[in-house]
Design a protein around this ligand. Structure first.
Ligand code: OGA
Ligand code: NI
Length: 370
């Protein structure tokens, strides 16, 4: 029911249905803060260096960041800006993410996306109620928590879920309020797709595959978006915005508030806070690239916690294989020494399994082992 939306109510206390049992709480005092982030420049002329840096991040933790900065002076002179931070700076840096400079998405557009998303969640309750659904099969829905029909404890999040490719098929059903929502979001979706496909090429090469391998294997991909709104929460210690999960798709590109933290990544058994950088996009590997890489790259556990003083927003773009594509380890990566870790399956089968479960159960890919 639309009354369950958090963004239409003000809560002075956390209702019992959001409170996690003691053993499952986020234990915020134990979270590691201040992780440093390696940088890779997508415009770097040394493409082999870009590929190996991306490969290193995917192998170690499956998370990296890309950032679009105004081209520094040395970029104009085409001097290499790639800093091999990943190799040289191990002592003080957690190798869980990669920042990529010059990801090509305009910062003004990124700011417009965040602004229009915020305006959307500020719409009056009756306007939002028209879009509400808790049916995960709906291609466009405003919902809350994760899967309210299945879960026993809810999450401190509202979200708008959109299908984004092909745009002309889905945009007509998107919210027409705020009036510029469709235009801004579709411009962003196009840019994100282009970036995602470029990253596929680099990730393919970093696995020793042909540049086009991942793109071809996954087929004419779908693209989904979750616009996440995490309201202020009176007791962030008791609940989650999103509990620990891995993403079921292939690649996720996350845009988020830059002055409110909330995303955390599991690294060596510890939760590490991801500090958003100005102009940055955070990239993570989803379950399908873990399967395709035959387990070499990891779809990492991550979660979103909430804040008592600030609301937080994020816009997650998910590239996903077509439903009928057969997935599993890339043939070239299956050898006598490295036998297939996962069986073949269709994305349809995987996705249904994912949504039939709770978010914080075991890694969904475990159910697809050979
Ligand atoms: C997601 C996700 C993290 C965030 O939407 O899958 O992990 O910071 N979001 O909102
Ligand atoms: Ni996620």
């Amino acid at each position: 029911m639309a009354e369950q939306l958090l963004s239409t109510a003000v809560h002075d206390t956390v209702p019992g249905r959001y409170v996690r049992p003691e053993s499952q709480r986020p234990r915020l005092a134990e979270v590691v803060a201040g992780a440093r982030i390696p940088v890779v420049d997508l415009a770097c002329p040394d493409s082999a260096a870009v590929v190996s840096a991306i490969g290193a991040a995917c192998r170690s933790h499956g998370f990296f960041q890309v950032r679009d900065t105004p081209p520094p002076v040395h970029a104009r002179t085409r001097e290499v800006i790639y800093r091999p931070a990943i190799a040289t700076d191990k002592a003080c840096m957690l190798r869980l993410m990669l920042q990529i400079l010059n990801h090509g998405i305009d910062e003004g557009l990124m700011a417009a996306v965040m602004a229009v998303a915020r305006d959307f969640f500020r719409l009056p309750a009756e306007e939002k109620a028209k879009l509400y659904s808790d049916d995960p099969a709906r291609k466009m829905r405003l919902s809350t928590s994760f899967n309210v029909r299945k879960e026993t404890v809810h999450n401190w999040r509202d979200y708008l879920r959109l299908h984004c490719h092909p745009l002309d098929q889905f945009v007509p059903d998107w919210p027409s309020n705020p009036p510029d929502f469709k235009e801004i979001m579709s411009a962003y979706c196009k840019e994100v797709r282009e970036l995602g496909l470029r990253l596929y090429a680099a990730i393919s090469e970093s696995l020793g595959l042909e540049a086009g391998c991942i793109g071809t294997t996954l087929g004419e991909q779908e693209q989904h978006m979750a616009v996440n709104f995490y309201p202020q929460c009176p007791a962030p210690e008791l609940t989650y915005g999103l509990p620990a999960h891995t993403d079921p798709n292939a690649l996720t590109i996350l845009l988020m508030d830059q002055d409110v933290a909330g995303l955390q990544v599991l690294n060596g058994g510890k939760w590490v806070a991801v500090n958003p950088q100005a102009g940055a996009l955070v990239i993570n590997i989803g379950d399908q690239l873990q399967a395709l890489s035959n387990g070499e790259y990891r779809s990492v556990w991550h979660r979103a916690v909430v804040n008592s003083d600030r609301e937080r927003m994020s816009v997650a773009s998910f590239l996903c294989p077509c439903n009928d594509v057969v997935l599993g380890p890339a043939r070239m990566l299956v050898t006598e020494e490295t036998p297939a870790v996962y069986r073949n399956y269709t994305y349809d089968e995987y996705y249904k399994k994912f949504w039939s479960r709770n978010l914080d159960q075991e890694h969904c890919l475990e159910l697809f082992r050979t």
